[in-house]
Design a protein around this ligand. Structure first.
Ligand code: PLP
Length: 354
């Protein structure tokens, strides 16, 4: 076999997405999607008239979408850039702010896509362990001479970092970019968005995949000072100027404008989460304190991998990471009451049979 791979491609560490099975109907609690459909306003906005414009390119500046996002957060459109999911935005940020002599730091237990992107761009990455209890100590990042990325709330733990800690980090070195990945912030974290005008080294990324019912629409965005957003646009226009398709621009704009539906979905997830945590604890699970739309739980009587396999056999998908420090846990998305009710019933049955 010939080897067509470049040296760079050989060094990649591709991300493993959660299973998206097509063969069977599972109760899907493995990739932190919303259990609710998109807003009706989204459905209405995706009209036949808009479909008939698919022969035309989408707006590279994402004018309406960025305006809707800016209005929602009380920012200017120049403080916003949208991407094909926040994963793309993170890639723009890694390319814009990291490189030779500019490393990146992130936690040992966090969103594993950071590692994939660091490898993609050939970056030097410093992995900084969380404390024993999975809390993040910002003091461990204070003298790091490069960009820092922190998922807040973190994945897969669900645990949040206080805004004050991030503020200390931003102040400690104003010449280094701090990227705060707020994919899950709408479920209970303290957002750093209000600090954007105060700190020009703060970049906040968010997504419509988790709290706005648009995982399949692939819409994410970053908020920050104008200079940072300009730097991200430099990368975007070097890579994929029409990065969001016409339909997703429309869907994202409508989703951002339907605040009532957004609030009510988030509230339901928080209520369901409280119920799920109580039930899991009643079954003897140890559950980390979650500010996200998932919980990270350890059974004690069954190893994480075994629990994952047995649930899958029963038609319920959760996420298990075969990685150091977290092997005993499973990550469970907070689904609808019907979904998490079925999960709890199945767990109770399974544990009784042990
Ligand atoms: C889901 C997720 C994202 C990105 O999601 P997109 O669907 O690409 O917007 C980013 N960061 C974390 C921590 C996530 O869990």
């Amino acid at each position: 076999m010939k080897n067509f791979l470049s040296a760079e491609a050989r060094g990649l560490a591709p991300y493993t997405p959660g299973e998206q099975p097509r063969d069977q109907q599972y109760i899907k609690l493995n990739t932190n999607e919303s259990p609710f459909p998109p807003s009706l306003k989204v459905v209405k906005a995706l009209s036949r008239a808009e479909l008939l414009k698919l022969n035309l390119y989408s707006d590279p500046a994402c004018t309406q979408l960025n305006a809707a996002i800016a209005a929602h957060y009380g920012l200017h459109p120049a403080n916003v850039i949208s991407g094909n999911g926040s994963d793309e935005i993170l890639a723009f940020a890694f390319r814009a702010f990291c490189g030779a002599g500019q490393p990146v730091a992130y936690a040992d237990v966090t969103y594993s896509f950071y590692q994939s992107q660091a490898a993609l761009f050939g970056l030097e990455a410093k992995v900084i362990p969380l404390r024993e209890d999975f809390t993040l100590n910002v003091d461990d990042y204070m003298d790091f001479p490069g960009a820092i990325v922190i998922a807040n709330p973190n994945a897969p733990t669900g645990m949040a970092v206080p805004r004050q800690d991030i503020q200390r980090l931003l102040e400690a070195n104003p010449d280094r970019v701090v990227i705060v990945d707020e994919a899950y912030v709408d479920f209970g974290g303290e957002s750093c968005v209000p600090m954007i005008f105060r700190y020009d080294n703060l970049l906040v990324t968010q997504t419509m995949s988790k709290s706005r019912q648009l995982a399949g629409g692939r819409v994410g965005f970053a908020l920050g000072g104008e200079a940072l957003i300009e730097a991200l646009n430099r990368v975007k226009y070097s890579f994929n100027p029409y990065n969001i398709n016409r339909l997703s621009l429309i869907a994202g704009t409508a989703a951002m404008e339907d605040d009532a539906y957004f609030q009510s979905c988030c509230e339901t997830v928080r209520k369901n989460r409280a119920w799920l945590v109580e039930e899991l604890e009643g079954l003897g699970f140890a559950v980390l304190p979650s500010s996200a739309n998932f919980v990270f739980a350890r059974c004690g009587r069954l190893p994480g991998g075994e629990l994952y396999r047995r649930l899958k056999e029963s038609g319920i998908l959760v996420r298990w990471f075969d990685r150091e420090r977290v092997r005993d846990f499973v990550r469970i998305t907070v689904g609808s009451m019907e979904q998490i009710g079925a999960l709890v019933d199945e767990l109770a049955r399974m544990l009784e049979e042990l």
